[in-house]
Design a protein around this ligand. Structure first.
Ligand code: SAM
Length: 216
């Protein structure tokens, strides 16, 4: 089982919204249920980076033939992720300041992580993801849409970004915004995946922007 590499020189310990993740994983344990659907295919042998891997829901679905680096700010999340995918390398660091070489990855997955950053930090994540991708490498993005049932819940801290009681905030994307965020890469596809969630006998809309980009 791999060690978790920690990059303590990074500033996340001083930022309460990042500490909120650690508290949430410590108090509630595994946070993300269900299975990832329609995971984009990556060729066998690819070197893959997952940003904000959480407790490993996407990580565990990545094909066994890939070499995987999983990164998160929360040490507790990384320990949970390591228990479901021991063959990955684990890094505790901020996705906006990656301790990784330029042009080194075949694919980067950013599923439900950019949404938990403020606008400046989202741009830093996008720039870093583009930097570490090899030419010809692909970035896969998923985050909730501004049509999702949860959009608008909590205190609005920036346009379309809402903080809940735990201190964690979530930004809700439009497709155009997702495309603009990764403007350093070439758009391959974008769309919104919708499904219904039944709560207390009523249907509610879940909506997720999904996009794929290519580095030229
Ligand atoms: C909603 S979870 C996503 C989990 C995972 N990607 C999945 O698909 O199941 C968001 C994760 O992003 C992490 N995170 C938040 N801000 C981050 C940052 N600046 N850098 C790296 N990870 C971050 C949190 O600790 C949390 O584990």
């Amino acid at each position: 089982m791999h060690r978790i590499l920690v990059y303590p020189n990074q500033k996340h310990h001083s930022r309460p919204h990042l500490q909120a993740w650690e508290k949430d994983y410590i108090s509630r344990g595994r946070l993300w249920g269900g299975a990832v659907v329609d995971l984009p295919a990556v060729p066998e042998g690819s070197l893959v980076l997952e940003l904000g891997c959480g407790d490993g829901k996407t990580l565990v679905a990545l094909p066994g033939g890939c070499r995987v680096v999983a990164l998160d700010v929360s040490s507790k999340a990384l320990r949970l992720a390591r228990s479901v995918r021991a063959d990955a390398a684990f890094i505790q660091a901020d996705a906006g300041c990656l301790p990784l070489r330029d042009s080194s990855f075949d694919a980067v997955f950013a599923f439900h992580v950019a949404s938990h950053l403020l606008a400046d930090a989202r741009r830093a994540l996008a720039a870093e993801a583009a930097r570490v991708l090899k030419p010809g490498g692909r970035l896969f993005f998923r985050d909730f849409s501004d049509r999702d049932m949860r959009a608008g819940g909590g205190v609005e801290v920036e346009p379309a970004t809402f903080r809940r009681g735990s201190g964690i905030f979530t930004h809700y994307f439009t497709e155009d915004e997702a495309v603009a965020l990764f403007c350093g890469l070439r758009l391959a596809s974008v769309g919104t995946h919708c499904w219904k969630m039944r709560i207390k006998g009523e249907d509610h809309l879940r909506a997720e922007v999904q996009a794929a980009f290519l580095k030229s």
